[in-house]
Design a protein around this ligand. Structure first.
Ligand code: HEM
Length: 419
């Protein structure tokens, strides 16, 4: 615990609350976050002073009712990051810039402008036929599995869990699955959202923008039955630039959490004794496993964030105008106020994994994510019924991120199949 509760060497000036702030970094976040958040809550209450990268102060909201309050009171906690009172202290190359740097997309808009942009996305997503999406994801799953099934071994995060929702969401947006430039785009998306060693995320992001702009132009000329065309034809009349920004937001918001939802669910199925020794032998359904992950191992562990519109109170803390508030979604889901110490999780979906309020993951995105994740897991079970973990469960490691909870890799083995 010491790496998370040490006082920073230099408390932020003028902020007594942050004198004993928790560094929001460290190994504990990757291992057992639910325990860690309970400890933080015991020590700091429902709203903890934290330090982000570079010692930048913020508040982490750990309580279920408090996250609910923040997300449903936009007049107090708003989404435009330009409100932040810490900008003078933040270097241009700050690692969290991709999450908080203002972009002219739906993500950072507020009020009527947000309703206009989000309304267009919602109606465009509502047009996706869930049965067709399931069929398409099944087809994508078969293609991905057949690429590795002859070898008897695979690393499922890169070969399956990340690849499937990337292809699925691009298909929804009107890009043909399996096309060569779709494959390049899938690769550039991976690099821009989750860069590895030697990758150039900025260049990749530029190529994503250029390809999405081309897609928008193609669909202006020749609309089809897809999310992009529906956004273009919406009476709200968004400009091409606005649509490009919002499509990138939709694609990025869909790919990463859905990929980690699939990965975390496969890990649960492969390691928890209630699910027996292999993915298809379990006594608990895939639906139960998917839901349990949303309660206990949610992909978007912490979400940054909201910015205080004026001085206000939250969980007994004085929050100053322009302060940054991080939504502790994982902590809220495991809040001891809603769960007794010994038990966490429920069959219902009252978790906060899709957040809440105006900026929550827009309906019907959670349903579409569920179709993709469920199809991914079930198709793998059907195709490779004796799939087992190829390392000890303790050897699986989590990505070094306090925002997304996902595995570095998921090595498995199975009886090779004929291609
Ligand atoms: C088809 C898949 C998905 C799509 C198209 C999608 C789309 C979006 C979009 C457009 C937003 C921005 C909403 C706004 O600012 O008004 C958003 C926010 C969000 N999404 Fe999703 N999403 C998907 C899957 C997921 C999954 C699987 C999770 C987690 C389990 C998730 C969790 C969230 C969260 C936590 C937010 C932030 C809400 C906030 O600011 O309060 N999404 N999503």
């Amino acid at each position: 615990m010491s790496d998370t509760t040490d006082a920073p060497s230099t408390p932020p000036p003028g902020c007594p609350a942050h004198a004993n702030a928790v560094h929001l970094a460290g190994l504990e976040y990757q291992r057992t976050p639910s325990q860690l958040y309970r400890t933080m809550r015991r020590e700091h209450g429902a709203v903890a002073p934290v330090l982000l990268d570079g010692g930048i102060p913020a508040w982490l909201v750990l309580g279920y009712p408090e996250v609910g309050y923040v997300t449903t009171h936009d007049e107090l906690f708003a989404r435009d990051s330009r409100r932040w009172n810490q900008w003078p202290n933040i270097p241009a190359d700050w690692p969290l810039m991709p999450y908080v740097g203002h972009q002219p997309s739906v993500l950072f808009t507020e009020g009527a402008e947000h309703q206009r942009r989000q309304g267009v996305i919602t109606q465009a997503l509502e047009g996706v036929d869930q049965f067709e999406l399931a069929r398409e994801c099944q087809e994508i799953a078969h293609q991905l599995i057949s690429a590795f099934s002859g070898g008897g071994r695979a690393e499922l995060m890169s070969m399956y869990a990340h690849a499937l929702p990337a292809r699925g969401v691009l298909w929804m947006c009107g890009m043909p699955a399996g096309g060569e430039d779709t494959e390049h785009l899938v690769d550039d998306l991976r690099i821009s959202l989750d860069a590895g060693e030697g990758d150039d995320p900025v260049a990749a992001y530029g190529r994503v923008g250029a390809r999405i702009m081309q897609l928008v132009k193609e669909k202006r000329e020749d609309p089809g039955s897809d999310v992009t065309s529906r956004m273009l034809l919406d009476p709200a009349g968004l400009s091409d630039e606005e649509i490009v920004q919002d499509l990138i937001s939709v694609i990025a918001a869909a790919q990463q959490p859905t990929a980690n939802w699939i990965g975390n669910t496969l890990r649960l199925l492969l390691t928890d004794e209630r699910f027996a020794v292999n993915v298809s032998g379990g006594r608990v359904s895939v639906g139960d496993a998917l839901n349990e992950v949303l309660w206990l191992d949610t992909p978007t562990q912490n979400f940054i964030g909201r910015w205080a519109v004026r001085d206000t109170q939250l969980g007994g803390r004085l929050i100053r105008e322009g302060d940054c508030v991080v939504l502790g979604l994982a902590a809220a889901n495991t809040d001891p106020q809603i769960w007794p110490e010994s038990y966490i999780g429920a069959e219902n979906s009252a978790h906060l994994s899709f957040s809440n309020g105006e900026h929550r993951c827009p309906y019907p995105a959670p349903l579409l994510a569920d179709v993709m994740a469920r199809t991914a897991v079930e198709t793998l079970q059907e195709q490779l019924p004796d799939l087992v973990l190829d390392v000890e469960p303790e050897e699986l490691s989590w990505r070094p991120s306090i925002w997304m909870r996902g595995l570095n890799g998921l090595p498995v083995r199975f009886t090779p199949t004929m291609r």
